[in-house]
Write a protein that binds this ligand. Structure first.
Ligand code: ZN
Length: 243
């Protein structure tokens, strides 16, 4: 059977968004999953989302929130809203779940595809890639023709030709052979590109087509869970605007 990959990331404990994305994956005939990290953080269902991701049995890389939640990292320098949710999330996970998160690798290469949360240029530093210069630093370290990532929560394609790097707006795209691609799949659970719909990508190796999927989900339900958990109101508000 031909394989079809779904690449999911920045789920961030948003169960309502994750369920809609997984339904869409089934409808798209996805056979394999890859996860670019940040399963937890920001939203109110960390244990539920982690359980689902683990049941997929797929490669998962370490996101910065996965790392902070599962380490004893001092949160003093952190954005206070992010720090509050990280502390709250620590209390919602079992020791076994925290151990699972702390053991996630920073980089996985599977079937010729690389996964990293932020960038191959020092993956454990979680730098942000917003432009072609930052993408250039990634390509120095990217060995495979194709690498998927997340972290900015904004879907994007970076293309490396012989000596130049181009930024291409996320769109369904047939990847030419002979170039390298560093593709941001966007965020399932907290999109920040102004579009509140859940985002993920599908990769069909046979047609070389990458498709950026956007799905409406029950934002009000996710907001209600944030409020019921007593998490910062700002986290509920931003889901509605995708910022
Ligand atoms: Zn994230």
């Amino acid at each position: 059977m031909d394989r079809k990959f779904a690449i999911l990331g920045d789920i961030h404990s948003n169960l309502d968004a994750l369920n809609v994305v997984l339904d869409d994956c089934r409808a798209q005939g996805v056979t394999d999953f890859l996860c670019t990290g940040d399963v937890v953080g920001y939203n109110a269902c960390p244990a539920e989302c982690l359980k689902i991701v683990r049941e997929l049995g797929c490669p998962v890389v370490m996101g910065n929130h996965d790392h902070y939640v599962s380490s004893s990292q001092n949160l003093g320098d952190f954005n206070p809203v992010a720090a509050e949710v990280i502390r709250w999330t620590r209390g919602k996970l079992s020791q076994e779940e925290l151990d699972y998160l702390s053991g996630l690798p920073f980089v996985v290469t599977s079937m010729g595809i690389t996964l990293v949360h932020a960038t191959m240029d020092c993956p454990e530093a979680f730098g942000y890639v917003f432009d072609h210069l930052q993408a250039e630093a990634n390509f120095i370290h990217q060995v495979t023709p194709l690498c998927f990532h997340g972290h900015t929560h904004c879907p994007m394609i970076y293309e490396k030709q012989v000596s130049a790097v181009y930024r291409i707006d996320a769109q369904d795209f047939k990847l030419p052979i002979g170039r390298k691609y560093f593709i941001n799949v966007g965020s399932v659970g907290q999109p920040r590109d102004g579009d509140p719909r859940a985002a993920y990508a599908v990769w069909d190796p046979k047609t070389r087509q990458v498709s950026f999927r956007r799905l409406e989900y029950d934002v009000a339900a996710a907001q209600a869970r944030i409020r019921a958990a007593g998490l910062p109101e700002r986290l509920a508000e931003r889901l509605a605007i995708g910022r």
